[in-house]
Design a protein around this ligand. Structure first.
Ligand SMILES: [Zn+2]
Length: 381
């Protein structure tokens, strides 16, 4: 590639409802033009292309769940080879955690859902909707909230500022990531990979941004957000803490085996939840695309760290419980008169290991869509 070549960034702009209403069609175009103009002005080192299309998958009445819209977006993005995709609907969106939401960005899927409902009929409606689009785009690039830029949280649509610009730091940050995306795509075109080679390549191509995205998900909070998983785990731990046999086994467990067992359990639990919840199946039948691989790696790693966090929490709880329970009782249960901190820690590690496995089973009790929303939504804007 020559030094002068301007990297192309392809944006999908998909209307996802069955409607031919001229007012809606015009509005979708107007917002798209506004978005692409702003991107071109602020990131002139890239060539921006907006690819407009329509998928008549949903009706224009009633609230829509953002998750299937994101999944539609990913499918369209992969099919057309776009870098990012916006899915637009004239409907309101169903919120999961907030009272209402007008847009959902997903950096894992590099897709964004945007509701046009709150903007239609407003003054400068296209400019305001474009601000929301830029806000979502910023999140997908890994930006956090910041006042006086498009990253200001868009709370009340009719009071939204129009035409705010990304700050110099934000522009640098986004440009770096876009450059990485452009570079890895060029390489992807140049090579054919085996399945494993494909994964390694995806990891090597852009490791920093993958780590940034994993960090943004705060995987250590995942166990707490999955209520049923935590419940299943807690019950297991409480029962085991009161069982003499568990103490006898736990305190005498070979530390090496315990370490190997823990790592295996976390792997098994992660894989179990990943497959059981169809998390790898965001876009069936799309083959091995680099973008898809990236999403899978991201979700798997996030879950893995989530399970590691679960193990840590359980270890701490069991260890503290071990310190609190009467020592005489524990000596009786463990049949070990020299019971000390190390034995209690061993027992706690054993408990945590069993808890993680129980948690994986509980994790599959978790509603599939809930978990996907946890993993794929950056926020409800
Ligand atoms: Zn936001």
């Amino acid at each position: 590639m020559s030094e002068q070549a301007i990297p192309l960034v392809q944006i999908g702009w998909v209307l996802a409802v069955d409607s031919e209403k001229p007012a809606l069609q015009e509005f979708v175009s107007a917002v798209g033009e506004q978005v692409i103009r702003q991107l071109r002005e602020q990131f002139p080192q890239f060539e921006w292309q907006l690819n407009r299309s329509q998928r008549k998958r949903f009706t224009e009445r009633g609230q829509l769940d953002p998750l299937p819209l994101l999944e539609l977006g990913v499918q369209e993005k992969l099919r057309n080879g776009w870098d990012y995709v916006f899915v637009l609907v004239p409907n309101e969106l169903q919120a999961r955690k907030r009272i209402r939401t007008i847009g959902v960005p997903s950096s894992a899927l590099e897709s964004m859902v945007l509701s046009l409902a709150p903007f239609m009929g407003l003054e400068n409606s296209a400019e305001k909707a474009a601000q929301l689009a830029l806000h979502l785009f910023g999140h997908v690039q890994g930006l956090n909230h910041e006042d006086a830029t498009p990253m200001q949280p868009p709370e009340i649509p009719h009071e939204m500022a129009e035409g705010t610009l990304f700050s110099a730091e934000q522009i640098t940050f986004i440009s770096d990531r876009l450059q990485d995306v452009a570079d890895s795509r060029t390489e992807e075109l140049a090579h054919h990979h085996s399945r494993i080679g494909f994964y390694l390549h995806a990891l090597r191509a852009d490791p920093i941004s993958i780590l940034q995205d994993i960090w943004q998900y705060r995987p250590w909070r995942l166990p707490l957000r999955m209520g049923r998983l935590t419940a299943a785990t807690t019950v297991t731990i409480i029962i085991l803490l009161m069982a003499a046999e568990a103490w006898e086994v736990g305190t005498n467990f070979d530390p090496i085996l315990l370490i190997i067992g823990t790592i295996c359990a976390i792997f098994v639990a992660t894989t179990f939840v990943f497959i059981g919840q169809n998390l790898g199946e965001v876009s069936r039948g799309m083959g091995m695309r680099e973008q898809l691989v990236r999403t899978r790696v991201l979700v798997y790693a996030t879950l893995f760290l989530g399970m590691t966090a679960l193990w840590t929490v359980l270890f701490v709880v069991s260890f503290l419980a071990g310190l609190t329970l009467p020592r005489d009782v524990l000596i009786g249960w463990s049949q070990n008169s020299g019971l000390g901190m190390i034995e209690i820690a061993r027992q706690a590690a054993f408990m945590a290991l069993l808890g993680v496995i129980a948690g994986a089973l509980g994790g599959n009790l978790e509603d599939e869509d809930e978990l996907k929303a946890e993993l794929f939504f950056d926020e409800e804007s």
